[in-house]
Design a protein. Structure first.
Length: 585
């Protein structure tokens, strides 16, 4: 059977004043009708450049197609080379014959148009139908992608929907014209595991109904195993391995593929060092690092994990931070005079205790109140009711001015490191600022020495001192904000989704770093995440949060392997286990 899409010896360069970057180097692959092909690799490996090249969506300049062909054969017709098509010919193909779901739905959707208008726009551009028919088809597609109350969603703007709902609008927009090929560029990155599983099932169902070809781009091999038939592994602009999912998981041949398989936290016991890509690619690689056998990707049985449930040692250490009946309510409706009529109970009557030197994992879906609780504990958000005690000091009774001295003790690592760093300050200045504010180290020279020491602690070079945030990768920026949190030698740190959007290999580096720094500095941590496999790996105890309330609390392995509440069981069932053919036997 003739392939639906064939890429032959494609090379793409980016040309700038600083020189030429070889983004793609002679890559070749093909996609058949009715097949899901996954393209896997870290950020910068060339995955998105490959997908954007298919529809010539790369800005030119700086992008330059050096060589190669992209052949598209639709409905049994003769293949056409998309690279030879002009922009007018491509307009009839984009969105009609080839659909695309972009990586970030919030920036891909137009904020000034309703969701329904944006899907209608695609239908009216490619189909000879009336506006009323387009509206009806749009609502039908919203039903197919399982959006709640489709007529209401039609009239809503993107900011009024959750991340998972925006992603479903993007899927409806990409598929409403029944394309032969669908390109999915990281459609589940940073989504909750439950939403991610729903999106994966939805794409798989729609693909089977229409028998279209799918290119699914991701950095997580666990996700690949849930949905794909074949996988292409990319590294630094080259294809290093491509094979069936079964062969990729059972018999990986390239060291980079082995590294991606090995570094996922779900494959490792709590607290042990995670392998990283360098262990496999460097000469004289670490002989103790091995690729887990396929059986180990399955959640272990209750019996085999009994020995890993750690004893509760909290009685031996004092309580460092606790809350009593803590609540944070936001007004939902107000009268004409501003009096609240109803409230959104983001945090509702939460009691918790965190012991000294403990890592408490706080897990739940987006919107459950995790981040609000974390910020309320630091009084970055004012509690509506309740009390917070740190070292038996009542934080809720103190004016904010008096809390300044305690800011040295309690720090936070924010979810998005780029937005939490000042783009106008060099990294050296950003790390020296808290030292200067709190009068630590008397001179600029002494503070610079401290900052360089901090950079080295988080495996960054001293010469990075004078660089700006935009000059670093996501993983490096995450290390910088961790270094800033450690600058004042705090006793307590809150990590808010600090690894949620990172590649699995970079995530492994950051988790290893946190474990090492915790041993060295002896601080206490609340680790907030929506991924139970990551929380289980790094935490001593886990607290599961749902709709502002605490659903379940217990030892990490006990919660992970023996959950009691239905909500926790659903979270764990949604974690991609990396088992080939788990969804499709």
């Amino acid at each position: 059977m003739q392939p639906l899409l064939t890429i032959e010896d494609l090379s793409v360069d980016f040309i700038s004043g600083l020189g030429t970057t070889h983004a793609l180097k002679n890559i070749s692959l093909q996609v058949n009708r009715g097949e899901i092909l996954a393209i896997v690799g870290e950020s910068g490996s060339g995955k998105s450049v490959t997908s954007l090249s298919i529809l010539q969506l790369l800005p030119s300049p700086p992008a330059k197609y050096v060589s190669g062909h992209i052949l598209f054969a639709e409905d049994g017709n003769e293949p056409v080379d998309l690279l030879q098509k002009d922009r007018y010919a491509l307009q009839t193909i984009r969105g009609d014959k080839i659909g695309m779901i972009f990586q970030e739905p919030m920036t891909s959707l137009n904020p000034v148009l309703t969701c329904g208008e944006q899907v209608m726009e695609a239908l009216l551009a490619h189909k000879n139908i009336s506006a009323s028919t387009a509206r009806q088809q749009t609502i039908e597609w919203f039903e197919k992608v399982k959006l709640p109350d489709p007529p209401a969603v039609f009239s809503r703007y993107p900011h009024q929907l959750s991340g998972g709902q925006k992603q479903r609008v993007m899927i409806a927009m990409a598929m409403c014209c029944h394309p032969s090929l669908l390109i999915c560029d990281e459609p589940t990155t940073a989504l909750d595991v439950t939403v991610q599983k729903t999106i994966l099932l939805l794409i798989s169902e729609l693909q089977q109904q229409s028998n279209m070809g799918v290119i699914f781009i991701t950095h997580d091999l666990g996700v690949v195993a849930e949905i794909a038939d074949r996988a292409v592994v990319m590294y630094k602009g080259e294809i290093v391995e491509q094979n069936t999912i079964k062969e990729i998981f059972f018999n990986p041949t390239h060291p980079y593929t082995k590294a991606l398989l090995a570094c996922r936290p779900v494959n490792h016991q709590r607290g042990e060092r995670l392998p990283v890509v360098g262990d496999f690619l460097n000469e004289g690689q670490n002989p103790t690092v091995t690729v887990p056998k396929p059986d180990s990707y399955r959640v272990k049985s209750e019996k085999s994990n009994e020995q890993h449930v750690t004893p509760d040692t909290r009685q031996l250490t004092p309580v460092l931070l606790r809350s009593e009946h803590l609540s944070v309510w936001f007004p939902a409706k107000k009268t004409f005079f501003g009096k609240p009529l109803d409230y959104i109970k983001a945090v509702d009557d939460v009691n918790l205790e965190v012991h000294k030197n403990e890592t408490l994992g706080l897990v739940g879906e987006s919107g459950c109140g995790k981040t609000t609780l974390g910020r309320a504990l630091l009084r970055l958000i004012e509690p509506t009711y309740g009390k917070i005690f740190y070292n038996n000091i009542d934080l809720t009774s103190k004016p904010k001015q008096e809390l300044r001295s305690l800011r040295k003790e309690i720090q936070i690592v924010f979810q998005d490191p780029y937005s939490s760093l000042n783009p106008r300050l060099t990294i050296g200045s950003a790390l020296a600022e808290p030292l200067k504010v709190h009068g630590i180290r008397a001179t600029d020279k002494a503070r610079k020495e401290k900052v360089i020491e901090l950079l080295e602690k988080v495996d960054l070079r001293p010469e990075y001192y004078n660089r700006y945030p935009h000059e670093f990768s996501g993983g490096q920026r995450q290390r910088i904000v961790i270094a800033r949190a450690l600058a004042l030698n705090p006793s307590f740190i809150i990590c808010d989704e600090s690894v949620s959007a990172l590649d699995v290999s970079v995530q492994a580096q950051v988790l290893n770093l946190l474990n090492e720094l915790k041993k060295e500095f002896g601080f206490t941590v609340i680790f907030i995440s929506h991924d139970l496999s990551v929380v289980r790996y790094i935490s001593d105890r886990i607290m599961v949060m749902n709709k502002g309330k605490i659903e379940e609390t217990g030892q990490a392995d006990e919660i992970y392997f023996h959950p009691k509440s239905d909500y926790t069981k659903r979270l764990i069932a949604s974690i991609p286990k990396g088992l080939p053919g788990e969804l499709r036997q």
